[in-house]
Design a protein around this ligand. Sequence first.
Ligand SMILES: NC(=O)c1ccc[n+]([C@@H]2O[C@H](COP(=O)([O-])OP(=O)(O)OC[C@H]3O[C@@H](n4cnc5c(N)ncnc54)[C@H](O)[C@@H]3O)[C@@H](O)[C@H]2O)c1
Length: 387
Amino acid sequence: MPRAQKVIRFGVIGLGLMGREFGSAAARWCHLLNLDFVPQITAICDTNEKLWEWFDSNFDTIKLCTTNYQDLLDSDEVDAIYCAVPHNLHAQVYTDIIKAGKHLLGEKPFGIDLEANDQILAMLHQHPNTVVRCSSEFPFFPGPQRVVKYVNEGRFGQIIEVASGLLHSSDLDPNKKINWKRMVAVNGEYGCMGDLGMHPLHIPIRLGWTPSNVRAMLSNIVKERPDASGKLVPCETWDNATLVCEVNTVEQDFPMTIQTYRIAPGETNTWYIRVTGTRFSVEYSTKYPKTLKIMEYTPGKEQAWQHIDLGYETPYPTITGGIFEFGFSDGLLQMWAAFCDELTNGRQGMKQPFYCATPDETGIHHRILTAALESGKHGQVVEVKQE
Ligand SMILES: NC(=O)c1ccc[n+]([C@@H]2O[C@H](COP(=O)([O-])OP(=O)(O)OC[C@H]3O[C@@H](n4cnc5c(N)ncnc54)[C@H](O)[C@@H]3O)[C@@H](O)[C@H]2O)c1
């Protein structure tokens, strides 16, 4: 007898790179064990009709294919939406989704800029019963989960420094064609920070490490790229950003560095975090997905880093053996489980405590990026607007 599972009927808006990743996660829900909820894709929308075929041929639950997302919002067959569209559309589409009373997992950066993010959060305040969260999967990897646990256990003594980042490298190729992520009008003025920033900022924000100020160094390294026809056109977005932040908590002050790089030679989607402290330090990078580095320190004793192979240690249990490696699509699956869990059981009833990034957390990340953009332009330290 199959377990009684609540079916959450999903509409997907935006069937590109990330839309398909959600399709794949929903298709292998049986990977997860003992859950009382399951997503089912009932409706899809993309202005590019050619993208319907992959979904339609892989999911026999789809009842609606459309180029107009409003059709999904009007549909009784849709409880929740996954939305993965370019940044210039976030404010309009997300506010329409929330206004229609559909639950939403929306892609980062949750608005092309702070003003757009404010509009989404204002609509949410009028509809407080809709469950709205932002996609951010890296914190669901085994390593980052340990980092959060260690911080919550207060292991570090005085924190010396925090560093986190997301590094890409394909833009090192000057012949790579321009796409919407390299256009200010569609991706946003934040450039690489808007595209990548939620990833390294999610855990620091969750841990209460919102900086009071930031000094950002922004680089536009490749200033022209070929368009689809091969003609060179301006590429105006920031390629790389280093944010040096001052964090002041009740207990202590420390520096935090956030890197969002499109041009980090050799790196393919490397997400990392390092927290060093006077009694304990930890470091994790997706470059070595099962390896966690820790260093415990007793004054006067030797300093030695330990490397632990975490294997497949997940927030939600799965069929995979503990010795195997965890990867990007596994992080997404765990994030999806957290979203559906919160939707079904509420925050207090979740089967594990780590919930998806909240709209308020996206607001904090926008205030940090807005200050960073100003800092980078004027070469000054800029205060991060507090709530
Ligand atoms: N969480 C992650 O790791 C991650 C990774 C990559 C991208 N993203 C985010 O996902 C979102 C989408 O990025 P992507 O890489 O999937 O982009 P993409 O270009 O591959 O897909 C976007 C899709 O949206 C469709 N679209 C555009 N306008 C539309 C409209 N009005 N109605 C319906 N569909 C429309 C496009 O045709 C395209 O298929 C962005 O917010 C991006 O920042 C997140």
